[in-house]
Design a protein around this ligand. Structure first.
Ligand code: TRP
Length: 334
């Protein structure tokens, strides 16, 4: 029977601890897709090794990220939640697709060009073929929609182009994926530099609120958040980028509009507004953090069961697609 629900695939790489930005900008949206779509949510640890990681840190982050996915509301009963390195099909299709990707088009990837500039004398070829592996992640599951931020749209378009090229040679093998940039995805900025994205790999940990931060740490970070000398809580990203960012956070967490927030804090200074933001953020992150702490200690067996089952389901879903690919290319049947 043809599946009526469209399929979604997305992933985050465990190269840094997940932040409030990861939650409000990505994971919270993913949670909402679970009933309407058939979703695969991956911890893309193969993508993480284009940079050197301490092995213990990589392992900790991958497990912690998985735990956070679940306690943030990704439901292993509804969605396929797993670690990329547990499903070899990603690497296999990645190799195959590399033979249908042009050096020229990979050279044109914005993210690669930035890396070329940033670390000219330390460019491993994984950094170059990164988008090919991402194309494999997506095409491996007949994915139709790929929720990503603006910065990853180009990679999803590349995946589509590779699929079109491959289909041009062999017929309708791959579904054509589309980037899915949700309208309401909150774009959270750094607390210390409100012109830059809040990033899990920021060198300055004061700029990011991490999901695992203690209430104390969260309060301190918000109290120190960069604002301005105007002293009014008003949504004006141009002139008050710091306050606009705090309002975006407050709005994303409470569901209140900017108008409502302006009224709520009318005549009150930043000394009132900042701790108020810290408080609602603490309330929303607390259950995610505490739940994750459980999965990393007493609940470790359960976490293991979840990721094993997820990988098994991902393998099952990938098999027919990979078999199609093997057959049309001309590999001898196993
Ligand atoms: N490249 C994405 C990022 O840096 C992570 C990623 C890897 C991904 N594979 C993916 C996202 C497949 C969506 C679909 O954010």
């Amino acid at each position: 029977m043809e599946n009526a629900k469209k399929r979604i695939f997305s992933g985050i790489k465990p190269t840094g601890d997940l932040t409030l930005g990861s939650y409000l900008g990505a994971i919270k949206n993913w949670v909402g897709f679970q009933d309407e779509y058939e979703c695969l949510y991956c911890i893309v640890d193969l993508h993480a090794i284009t940079i050197r990681n301490d092995p213990e840190t990589l392992r900790r982050r991958a497990r912690e990220q998985l735990a956070q996915y679940i306690t943030a509301g990704l439901d292993p009963k509804k969605s396929v939640i797993y670690l990329q390195s547990h499903v070899s099909a990603h690497a296999e299709l990645g190799w195959i697709l590399g033979c249908y990707s042009m050096i020229g088009e990979l050279n044109r990837m914005t993210q690669y060009k930035e890396m070329q500039k940033k670390q000219a004398n330390n460019l491993n070829s994984g950094i170059f073929t990164y988008p090919v592996l991402m194309a494999a992640d997506i095409l491996l599951f007949d994915t139709e929609l790929v929720p990503v931020g603006e910065d990853q749209k180009q990679h999803v378009e590349l995946a589509r182009n590779i699929a079109v090229r491959f289909n041009g040679v062999y017929g309708d093998v791959f579904k054509l994926p589309e980037p899915f940039v949700p309208k309401v995805g909150a774009r959270i900025k750094s607390l210390t530099d409100p012109t830059a994205k809040m990033s899990k790999s920021d060198d300055d940990p004061q700029g990011s609120v991490y999901i695992m931060d203690s209430p104390d740490a969260i309060m301190k970070k918000f109290k120190r958040a960069k604002t301005d000398s105007l002293g009014v809580v008003r949504f004006d990203p141009e002139n008050q980028p710091g306050i606009a960012n705090l309002m975006t956070i407050y709005s994303a967490v409470t569901g209140r509009s900017y108008d409502e927030i302006e009224r709520e804090f009318d005549g009150k200074g930043y000394g009132v507004f900042k701790p108020a933001v810290a408080e609602v953020v603490t309330d929303v992150l607390r259950p995610i953090r505490e739940g994750a702490e459980h999965y990393l200690s007493d609940g470790a067996d359960e976490l293991e069961r979840i990721y094993r089952e997820g990988a098994e389901r991902a393998r099952d879903l990938s098999e027919p697609v990979l078999n199609r690919v093997r057959r049309v290319i001309g590999f001898v049947e196993r």
